[in-house]
Design a protein around this ligand. Structure first.
Ligand code: 26Q
Length: 757
């Protein structure tokens, strides 16, 4: 950009606040930067083409946008310098940007990384989603428990632009008007797409009562109020379906309008539009598009054929309980006009196959959204190699036999602009000093770092950068939670949603084992800081019990002088994208310990690797591909393999009691959960429930893998002692991370599915 940055910022400071830049508060500087960045983005050209992608998703976990936008506009370094010259820190300014938490975790963050890469590759493609007023709840800890609070992010001055456009959405008993907002998504290419977000003007934030409770019955007041309202009751589930139909109906109308505005005939809409359906949450776009195309004069056969050629579906989970199935009665109430279309699709699907397992509507009147997607879209993909293989061979095997050509894999990726350049400028500069800046646009060039694994000076520099990032994290944690971290300890980090299959409980049990060993006289050579960050779904009781146990245990360790010299257990409050950007660059060990076959891909595993952490994990999700890339010497892998896990489920032959009988060393570890120390601080009901679950059910086999995990963890800690060897491993991980750039993932989506120019 050819502007005098100092002069420009001074002018705005003087115009808005009547003072010089150096005298502005950090908050004022934030608004100055927001203003100038939005203004500059206005003149960035829109990416055009004769075929456009619509990435439709209930979640876009975009995180803060200022740094990312400055980077993609090419003015990040310039702005940082001018601010520094005026005694202002960009990091401090960024604290005033509210984080839009419009997503739960991996799936929403993936959508955000994809938008960045789509614009960077100069492909015409917009995100289509909902403008939730309150994103994912804010997590606070009270009495060692998670408490949910509303997390407002909207203000009069934000990244949102009002398009002034409205689309009518017909529900069973009323019509509402979806108001379209838009956020510019500027790629590294210097061109832009948009994130289109729909909202309802009548939504009323004042109906939120205690915590995140609200009246779930009045759609006009609550429709886009919350991301994923608690769906543990029927009203919550119904509201979800209202949200979903609102999204897809407004989205499909907007897409049709776009196509018509270019003068293209709707009979060939599939030549000009591709709709990527992000999990089943927006699946009703299929019947809705068919309905709207028929209203525009297409026959039902034409409308179905065009829709099938326009839509593509991504599956993000193999957990049966997460596959959406809605009672037909819900759809009757929310959107009766699409029910006959779904019934027709069901009839046609049954003509294609008489296998009841591939029916759209089952014998109980449940509509299987994923089944509708697979029958009536052109592509079905999984998000990591092992995940797609499991879909083909097991979970969706009957569909794979029916449509082998529709199935394909697209291993996830992450945007290196945010997850390296913005969150770790020190490492970025260091890499540039070693191999030049080609890797910023061609991530495979990171492999040029490999020769440095034998260069002791380079390894020492890398160790210094890790120390810098650990110190930055220590400052952040002190400020945020008043926790002191020992930067000379191993930072061993597990951050992700709390779920039994991700096995934070296994990490906790292993930490308890270390505690007990220390109490029994073992003196580890190296102190370790075990860090957790996780939110639990508000109605997921066992997940909340696990958080409770971690918080109580953390306090026990902290207040024991015999132990706290050697270990610390920290649970980060309100883990979000902003936290991730601080935690990941500071990690030595990346915990990726899901039960093999259960984690579709994982994406934090890629972020950690790129920032020079070494993975301790199972052969699950994208860990398998990380393992293949770095080789067995640069990763710590343990645990039951996915085939054996799948077989155990099929046979129903896993019983935690048998493990406890065979491995009596596990008894004291598990029993610690309900022992004196824990009971003295914790809630007996929660701790007993957790203990009972682990010892009698243990659905995700934490006990089965616990011994192997503890062994492998010890190996990782021992390896850390040899610093040259450790940082050679870290460097190998960085060098091999190029494959996980979302630019690569998006190029593959485009080559195989979207075929945009
Ligand atoms: C479904 C029904 C009712 C209520 C909620 C839901 C629901 C909500 C969110 C189901 C799933 C999600 C989110 C899933 C998710 O984030 N999956 C993750 O996607 C990542 C990106 O592909 C993968 O890396 C992770 O492995 C996967 O867990």
């Amino acid at each position: 950009m050819d502007i005098d940055m100092n002069q420009t910022l001074q002018n705005i400071a003087s115009h808005y606040y009547g003072k010089e830049l150096k005298d502005c508060t950090d908050r004022e500087v934030y608004y100055i930067l927001l203003d100038i960045t939005k203004e500059l983005m206005k003149s960035v050209p829109v990416i055009e083409g004769d075929r456009k992608l619509y990435y439709i998703s209930a979640e876009f976990l975009i995180g803060k946008l200022l740094s990312n936008n400055l980077l993609n506009l090419g003015i990040y370094a310039d702005v940082r310098k001018v601010l520094e010259e005026n005694g202002i820190s960009l990091a401090a300014v960024e604290e005033y940007e509210p984080e839009p938490s419009l997503g739960n975790g991996g799936l929403g963050r993936l959508a955000a990384c994809f938008l960045d890469s789509i614009a960077t590759l100069e492909l015409p493609g917009d995100g289509v989603g909902l403008n939730y007023h309150l994103g994912l709840f804010h997590q606070a800890f009270q009495n060692y428990k998670q408490k949910e609070l509303p997390d407002p992010w909207l203000s009069d001055n934000s990244w949102l632009n009002d398009t002034g456009k409205y689309y009518p959405v017909e529900f069973g008993d009323r019509t509402v008007h979806a108001h379209l907002y838009s956020i510019d998504v500027c790629g590294y290419s210097g061109k832009k797409n948009a994130l289109k977000l729909f909202d309802l003007d009548t939504v009323n934030e004042a109906i939120v009562t205690e915590g995140i409770d609200f009246d779930k019955s009045d759609i006009e007041e609550n429709l886009t109020l919350f991301l994923y309202p608690d769906d543990s009751d029927e009203k919550g589930r119904l509201l979800r379906v209202y949200q979903q139909y609102f999204l897809v109906s407004a989205g499909a109308q907007m897409i049709i309008e776009d196509v018509k505005a270019h003068g293209w005939p709707l009979t060939s809409i599939s030549d000009h539009a591709v709709i990527q359906i992000n999990d089943t949450h927006p699946s009703m776009v299929i019947p809705e598009l068919i309905r709207l195309l028929m209203n525009e004069g297409l026959t039902i056969d034409q409308a179905i054929e065009q829709t099938e050629k326009t839509c593509a579906y991504t599956n993000h989970t193999i957990l049966a309980e997460a596959l959406e199935k809605w009672p037909e009665s819900f759809l009757e109430k929310v959107a009766p006009q699409i029910v006959p279309i779904i019934e027709e699709l069901d009839r046609r699907a049954k003509e294609r196959s008489d296998n009841p397992k591939t029916a759209i509507i089952d014998d109980n009147g449940l509509v299987h959204m994923a089944h509708m997607d697979i029958h009536f879209s052109k592509s079905t993909n999984g998000v990591a190699k092992i995940h797609t293989d499991i879909l083909k061979n097991t979970e969706l095997h009957d569909f794979y036999e029916l449509y082998p050509e529709k199935f394909n894999n697209k291993t996830n990726g992450i945007t290196f602009r945010r997850w390296l350049q913005a969150c770790n400028p020190q490492l970025t500069d260091w890499i540039i000093s070693k191999i030049g800046d080609g890797f910023l646009t061609d991530s495979d060039e990171l492999e040029k770092l490999l020769p440095f694994v034998k260069d002791k000076k380079a390894l020492a520099e890398l160790a210094d950068i890790k120390m810098t990032k650990k110190k930055e994290l220590a400052v952040f944690m002190k400020k945020r939670q008043n926790i002191d971290l020992d930067v000379n300890s191993i930072f061993d980090i597990q951050v992700k949603r709390l779920h039994e299959y991700k096995r934070q409980q296994m990490n906790l049990l292993s930490a308890i084992n270390l505690y007990q060993e220390i109490k029994n006289g073992y003196k580890p050579e190296q102190k370790v800081t075990i860090i957790f960050g996780a939110k639990a779904a508000p109605a997921y009781i066992l997940a909340k019990d696990i958080i409770h146990a971690i918080l109580v245990f953390s306090q026990i360790v902290d207040s024991d002088p015999e132990v706290n010299k050697y270990m610390q257990v920290v649970m980060v409050e309100n883990y979000d994208v902003t936290c991730a950007e601080k935690l990941i660059p500071a990690a030595d060990i990346s915990e990726q310990i899901s039960l093999a076959s259960k984690e579709a891909s994982g994406t934090s595993n890629m972020k950690f690797m790129l920032n020079g952490a070494v993975t301790l994990g199972t052969d699950d999700g994208a860990n398998v591909e990380i393992h293949d890339l770095v080789g067995g010497d640069n990763i710590f892998i343990f645990g039951t393999e996915s085939e054996d896990v799948i077989e155990s489920y099929a046979k129903g032959d896993y019983h935690p009691q048998e493990v406890l009988e065979k491995e009596p060393n596990l008894d004291p570890i598990v029993n610690f959960l309900v022992g004196e120390e824990m009971m003295a601080l914790g809630d007996p009901e929660c701790l007993h429930r957790l203990h009972h679950d682990i010892t009698t059910k243990d659905w995700f086999m934490a006990l089965r893998d616990l011994d192997a995990y503890m062994d492998e963890r010890k190996k990782a800690y021992a390896a850390y002692a040899d610093k040259d060897k450790w940082f050679a491993m870290a460097l190998t991980n960085i060098a091999m991370a190029g494959y996980f750039s979302s630019d690569r993932t998006i190029a593959q989506y485009n080559d195989d599915i979207w075929k945009l120019k």
